[in-house]
Design a protein around this ligand. Structure first.
Ligand SMILES: C[S@@+](CC[C@H](N)C(=O)[O-])C[C@H]1O[C@@H](n2cnc3c(N)ncnc32)[C@H](O)[C@@H]1O
Length: 258
């Protein structure tokens, strides 16, 4: 078990799909146009949401290696049209380099990079650069949040949430909201051409009511130790009544040097 339930991944899937930047998606498709086959490594693949959203962007037949330490999530992943899949149950803190043999053409991850630490991210980029793989990371949390209507506790809660985001989740002290900027800088250092865009969740009642409620619950639980259970509960109650929520994310496409 990873701490990410299949229900949570299913709940967020619609907002994720709407948020992905279409310009970067088109650029990814153009980069691989004319290829006979594309080998893809998906890190923290979960139930395969990234496969379902990314595979249709690439015209060539694809072989996807889905890497995750949660066997129950991986078991729910299924091949998409034009793809074959291979499930790899691995703890990515211990096993990363073996996933680069055979070498992938594309390394991708969705809603994953913010869980990772600086050293791990540097190792990842070094491995990708060594085999000339492109990188496509989507829906990396970037720290911006806007809840409407605002609540007096929002600023304090966000600061506490960011502290929680930076906890070590098994891959080193997590970069949390700094993950995308850090990844981008490392990639540029390796000579990659880096393209970035916002992929914010824009949630509103009534369609996103369940996701807004789940976010309010999860955030209040995460920060209760820092601001006290009573105040966390006051914030949670206010946020369960939020009409609109923006959660900031970034998508990034890195193409190897020409
Ligand atoms: C937020 S979920 C994203 C899942 C999927 N990419 C999606 O977009 O639905 C993060 C995923 O990373 C996986 N994960 C977290 N730490 C891991 C580790 N050390 N090794 C392998 N997988 C890990 C979790 O099991 C989970 O499936």
């Amino acid at each position: 078990m990873s701490g990410f339930s299949a229900d949570w991944l299913a709940l967020r899937a619609g907002a994720d799909a709407r948020a992905r930047d279409t310009g970067l998606a088109a650029r990814l498709g153009a980069y691989f146009s004319g290829r006979r086959e594309v080998r893809v490594l998906d890190l923290g693949a979960g139930t395969g949401a990234n496969l379902r959203a990314t595979a249709p962007l690439i015209a060539a037949p694809q072989h996807w290696v889905l890497a995750d330490h949660d066997a129950a999530l991986l078991a729910r992943a299924a091949a998409a049209p034009n793809t074959t899949i291979e499930r790899r149950e691995v703890d990515l803190s211990a096993e990363l380099s073996s996933l680069f043999d055979p070498a992938p053409d594309l390394v991708t991850a969705a809603a994953f990079l913010d869980l990772c630490g600086a050293d791990w991210t540097e190792r990842l980029v070094a491995l990708a650069a060594a085999c000339g793989a492109a990188l496509y990371t989507v829906l990396t949390y970037d720290g911006r949040e806007q809840w409407s209507p605002p609540d007096p506790l929002d600023t304090e809660v966000l600061a506490a949430f960011h502290t929680d985001q930076r906890r070590d989740k098994g891959l080193g002290p997590a970069l949390g909201p700094d993950a995308n900027a850090h990844l981008s800088a490392i990639l540029r250092g390796h000579g990659y051409r880096v393209f970035e865009a916002a992929s914010d969740w824009k949630l509103a009642l009534p369609g996103d009511a369940a996701l807004i409620a789940a976010l309010a619950d999860a955030s209040a639980t995460a920060i209760a130790g820092a601001i006290g259970a009573d105040r966390a509960n006051i914030w949670r109650t206010a946020r369960l009544a939020a009409r609109k929520v923006m959660i900031g994310h970034r998508d990034l496409l890195a193409l190897p040097p020409e």
